[in-house]
Design a protein around this ligand. Structure first.
Ligand code: ARG
Length: 459
């Protein structure tokens, strides 16, 4: 089949070369954005008097017909036309004849593909921000509806101090909030128009880039044509932000996997979000949480992949840059899938309140409060730490918890203990005693929930 660039060639392309260099298999995902960009470009060519308006009208009508066909799933793509840009141009030529060949005036595939990537990613990042807000809302709702539930808090995965379940949920809310901020900031660097850079040096036609930027809603225009066609930082930054977001979700998933085990038993995931075993009838596996955790790997891989593609790449366009796409598409899909499933999984899980009421009493996570008690009685903290350490050891040796000891046993270790020491080790008291900004005390968490709800509405 003859190529749109065939003039200089005397032989057809080798079949393997054609397949190897083609990107149509994956870049057809840019079709919608490619048509949008072409319409803006050709309208500008008309407005600047570069093309006669009657030609522009024909081309725009042809492109709009292609938009319609695309939406109806009627456009087919051919590997012989290499990529989405040339497939579209071929379709246009078939539709409106040789006048379609004027569309590419003052444009190169190099600034065209860059434009498509900017348009595509801007749309997708906005959708990802929206999905993140839905996930944040699921965390917030769980926090609101479980404000009375206490769970063990861990450091080193050892019981440390009890916290409100809501406080734990809100930790993820704020974490995802930073992901939103990062993506919003990224939009600033996606929101730049590369079109008009030509192949690399600009164009000999008197184009109006400002007009195209306005038409496509870009806040800025690339200042340098070579930078415009070579820059993939915005994709790299997206992949980096995606990697951090996946890492956050993987941490949450890891906790869910632990929490729904028999050993922890803090929550039960909804049946709709679990799967069974082909051999063990009793199994209910947290596959979704595990897969989100696992898919973090491919997103990290996509980031490293593109970093490596870009390393040492000379200016300006090189075919290597075609390798920017699959990792980006895969990351968009992986993120959007994970975000939707996470929101559903969190929103439908059952917190095992009754079990947790027992669980939180079976440890020494109130020991810090007892040390603080001695500090308030005048003992230096370091000595108080030592006394309570001995008390814990005594408990372990005698199979007891702090609340099981008689006042006499306390007094044996320090005369500073009075009957009121029992009050400070009550788990609810322990939680509510941490009444500092950002702490786990109920009023603090309620205030955080309120603040978060206001913020979420603004996303
Ligand atoms: N399919 C190409 C890509 O994705 C489009 C740009 C091709 N430009 C070129 N000079 N071969 O990068």
């Amino acid at each position: 089949m003859s190529k749109l660039w065939g003039g200089r060639f005397t032989k057809p392309t080798d079949q393997l070369v054609e397949e190897y260099t083609a990107s149509i298999g994956f870049d057809q995902r840019l079709a919608e954005d490619d048509l949008r960009g072409s319409i803006a470009h050709v309208k500008m060519l008309g407005a600047c008097g570069i093309l006669p308006l009657e030609d522009v009208e024909k081309i725009v009508a042809g492109l709009q017909l292609l938009q319609q066909k695309l939406a109806e799933g009627q456009l087919t793509f051919d590997v012989a036309h290499e990529d989405v840009h040339m497939n579209m141009e071929k379709h246009l030529l078939d539709l409106i004849g040789p006048v379609g060949g004027k569309l590419h005036t003052g444009r190169s595939r190099n600034d065209q593909v860059a434009l498509d990537m900017h348009l595509y990613l801007r749309r997708q990042v906005k959708e990802i921000i929206r999905l993140l807000a839905v996930l944040q809302d699921a965390c917030l709702s769980m926090a609101k509806s479980h404000i009375d539930v206490i769970i063990p808090g861990y450091t080193h995965l050892q019981r440390a101090q009890p916290v409100l379940f809501s406080h734990h949920m809100m930790a993820y809310f704020w974490m995802f909030g930073r992901d939103v901020e990062r993506l919003q900031d990224l939009v600033k660097r996606i929101d730049i128009l590369p079109l008009g850079a030509g192949a690399l040096a600009g164009t000999t036609f008197p184009i109006d880039r400002t007009r195209v930027a306005k038409e496509l809603g870009f806040a800025r225009i690339y200042e340098n044509s070579m930078d415009a066609v070579s820059d993939r930082d915005f994709i790299l930054e997206f992949l980096a932000n995606a990697a951090i977001l996946m890492m956050h979700m993987s941490r949450m998933c890891e906790e869910l996997v632990m929490w729904c085990s028999t050993e922890f038993g803090f929550v039960e995931l909804d049946d709709a979000y679990c799967t069974g075993s082909s051999i063990m009838p009793q199994k209910k596996n947290p596959d979704v949480a595990e897969l989100v955790r696992g898919k973090t790997g491919r997103v990290y891989g996509n980031l490293l992949g593109l970093l490596t593609v870009l390393k040492s790449l000379p200016l300006a366009y090189n075919k290597d840059l075609q390798e920017d796409k699959e990792g980006m598409f895969d990351t968009v899909d992986t993120l959007q899938g994970a975000l939707q499933l996470m929101a559903g999984m969190i929103g439908t899980m059952t917190v095992r309140k009754e079990r947790l009421q027992t669980v939180v009493k079976q440890d020494f996570s109130n020991a810090t409060d007892l040390a603080d008690y001695l500090v308030r009685k005048g003992l230096p903290f370091r000595q108080a730490h030592e006394v309570i350490g001995k008390l814990v050891l005594y408990c372990i040796q005698n199979g007891k918890f702090l609340a099981d000891l008689a006042l006499d046993e306390y007094k044996q270790l320090s005369p500073l203990f009075d009957a009121d020491c029992m009050d400070v080790i009550n788990i609810r008291t322990v939680v509510d005693a941490r009444n500092v900004l950002g702490g786990t005390a109920t009023p603090q968490v309620l205030a955080a929930i309120e603040k978060a709800a206001v913020l979420l509405k603004q996303t």
